[in-house]
Write a protein that binds this ligand. Sequence first.
Ligand code: FAD
Length: 267
Amino acid sequence: MNILVCIKQVPDINELKVDAATNTLPIDKAPNVVNTLDTYALETAVRLKDADPEVKIFALTMGPEQAKEALKSCLSVGADKAYRLGDVLLEDSDTLATSYALSGAAKVLEAREGLTFDLILCGKQTTDGDSAQVGVQLAEHLSYPQITSAVEISVDAGKVRARRETGDGYEVVETALPAVVTISKTEYEPRYASVKSKMAANRAEIPVLTVADLEIDTALIGLNGSPTKLKNTYVPQRKKGGIKLEEENGEIAADKLAALLSDAGIV
Ligand code: FAD
């Protein structure tokens, strides 16, 4: 079985500090890491490989030169090969253009490696863009079935079965392969790299795919190919004042809150 894991390099949110002078988050000052849920997606793939040594794992990212470090970190914890899709023509791509380019890269990798990706794993969402759109759009571009928000998966007889989070709890669903599955936080934690595997990954060459390598319509990538139009960015105003209810008893606090809302004519 061949698994493609799509990963995105993001700023480490634990290291992000608000710049008090400008009230903004200087993301360029934070170190970059593999998006958290992508590390769970990769761990999910590596566990399938632990159970079946025939499994091959490929990591793919679309991103700038520095994103190769994120791919090396994937190699150090179990990915067999890693590819970066990078090209100035891809700059300013929104999620739809990004997922379209990734679908083109997946097809090219299949042709180059002479295989089919049975399973494509993505994180459910990222910690920076946070849209949770790329995985589901990727499935649509490839015309593959998809399962979202999976916390546990198993593969058997050409099918993937997943326990997925829902608004009310969990449900178990299955679909035929090839399929795209987006991974949420699993019960198991991603493994750490050993010093030896880190050193080997550091020496690895990361092949780069460019737009010229893909069979995609260049009108559907970059700013012009992105239907999302960014109208404005702004720092939200901090609300001042307000009333804080500090009752220890929840019932009394609820009564006071109801009275306040009623007095204000809100309820
Ligand atoms: P989600 O949809 O939350 O991600 C879900 C999962 O999809 C991830 O967990 C991961 O598995 C996979 N995934 C997401 N992104 C990638 C990726 N790049 N490679 C591999 N797998 C991935 N961003 C830039 O970096 N540079 C730009 O110039 C840029 N210009 C933009 C212009 C516009 C108009 C807009 C709207 C957005 C732009 N962005 C740009 C943001 C960019 O579109 C998103 O970062 C990207 O599409 C991923 O979206 P997300 O972070 O919400 O991912």
